[in-house]
Design a protein around this ligand. Structure first.
Ligand code: ATP
Ligand code: MG
Length: 393
């Protein structure tokens, strides 16, 4: 009979959870776990010790893992069998069954035992040896023991509540539980980079909200839908994602009239940062996040970053700054945003894009250009177009 995995061992990163923060972190992780599994019935999370064990009820273990792989904070998972009131014979029987089932096409194995409950009458070495012997017998010697580099590893953990046996470890999303860091505001375009940047900061526990600039009617409803789709994808990691929309149309018209085309994008981006800072203050976000990567385009040279960044003292997190496009694309694919990001709808930055944007804009040039503009008034006008949309996963 096939082994029924009723349990899933859940592991979270120990290091970040040390000290007084532990309880807070753990509670946030429980909350996110509950959310991720909210439409499944019958499961139960047990924390008998530092070991977290999910009783999956009647659910499919693969489905449960798939969902928990989108919960930040978990490092790995192992489907496990719990042998209650374990005896050596019972453990041998289960170990043999597991080997027959999952070590079919393997040639070497090892049993690794941890005896946390010292009341169990055999030490860990004896348990490993005896279970190893049972496995060899059950598999008719088709497996060999290799203690250094086994193809199949059976872990046995003997604890108060029973003995856990597991052989498979699946990787989790890692990071820190959602909500364990302060709020930040992601400048979310429809491109490939910014959703990945937002993901990486969400993964560090920050409650990330998006700010999308549009230039309606020059940008279309489809472009907006695309951003909503991206937000939807990000929401699959946290349950929800808030997007703020602000129009840059008036500012762009003004820049077209009054600013040297080569400096247009520099000045536009300075406006974006100023507006983002004002919104962040209002929404109690403590940092901005962008998808900038050094040298990727004219507005992302170090000179550009310097000149654009000069409008704000707010921390700007640029988690992609050292990544190549290929690396960013791989990430975008793995988090599921890539296919949406490459849809061709126009972005507000591209519609008035000059042919030869300045790659080394100087701060003095930017200040000179802005002297001809009513900067505060333009910012206030843009802020008055603010709309909010909450996306649920
Ligand atoms: P992305 O793929 O994220 O669009 P990009 O490589 O196209 O980035 P830029 O267009 O220079 O680069 O944008 C750099 C960053 O500025 C983006 O990653 C994003 O954080 C922000 N940004 C650009 N356009 C917008 C927009 N319309 N609304 C909000 N933020 C934007
Ligand atoms: Mg872009």
């Amino acid at each position: 009979m096939a082994i029924q995995y009723e349990l899933l061992i859940l592991r979270y990163g120990e290091l970040a959870l040390k000290g007084r923060n532990r309880a807070t972190f753990e509670n946030l992780l429980v909350k996110q776990t509950t959310r991720a599994l909210s439409d499944l019935k019958g499961w139960q999370l047990k924390r008998p010790s530092r070991r977290w064990v999910l009783n999956i009820g009647g659910n499919d273990v693969g489905e449960v893992i798939k969902r928990l792989q989108r919960v930040f904070g978990y490092v790995s998972f192992s489907p496990a069998v719990l042998v209650k009131e374990p005896t050596l014979e019972k453990l041998q029987e289960t170990a043999a069954k597991m080997a027959l089932e999952s070590a079919q096409n393997k040639d070497t194995f090892k049993v690794s035992t941890r005896r946390v409950d010292k009341k169990f009458p055999y030490d860990s070495y004896s348990v490993s040896r005896e279970l190893g012997a049972a496995i060899l017998k059950a598999t008719a010697d088709s497996l060999r023991v290799d203690v250094h580099n086994p193809n199949w590893l059976l872990n046995v953990e003997i604890r108060e509540e029973g003995a856990y046996l597991f052989s498979e470890t699946l990787i989790g999303a890692g990071g820190l539980p959602y909500g364990s860091a302060a709020k930040s505001l992601l400048l979310l375009s429809g491109g490939i980079d910014s959703p990945v940047a937002g993901y990486l900061i969400m993964k560090r526990g920050s409650v990330v909200e998006g700010l999308h600039f549009h230039s309606y009617p020059f940008t279309s409803e489809r472009a907006k839908e695309k951003v909503i789709d991206l937000a939807n994808q990000l929401a699959t990691f946290t349950g929800n994602f808030r997007i703020h929309f602000i129009s840059l149309t008036e500012i762009q018209k003004e820049l077209k009239l009054k600013v040297d085309p080569d400096l247009n994008i520099t000045i536009l981006r300075r406006f974006m940062y100023r507006i983002a800072e004002a919104l962040a203050d209002k929404e109690q976000a403590l940092a901005l996040v962008t998808g900038e990567s050094i040298g990727q385009v004219a507005s992302q040279t170090i000179e550009s970053v310097y000149t654009i960044n000069a409008v704000t003292n707010m921390p700007i997190l640029r988690p992609l700054c050292g990544m190549d496009k290929e690396e960013i694309i791989l990430r975008a694919k793995s988090i599921g945003t890539y296919e949406t990001s490459i849809l061709p709808y126009e972005d507000c930055c591209t519609i008035f894009l000059p042919e030869h944007p300045e790659t080394k804009p100087r701060l003095s040039e930017a200040l000179e250009a802005e002297a001809k503009l009513k900067v505060d008034k333009l910012i206030q006008a843009a802020l008055s177009t603010h709309e909010i949309l909450d996306v649920q996963a």
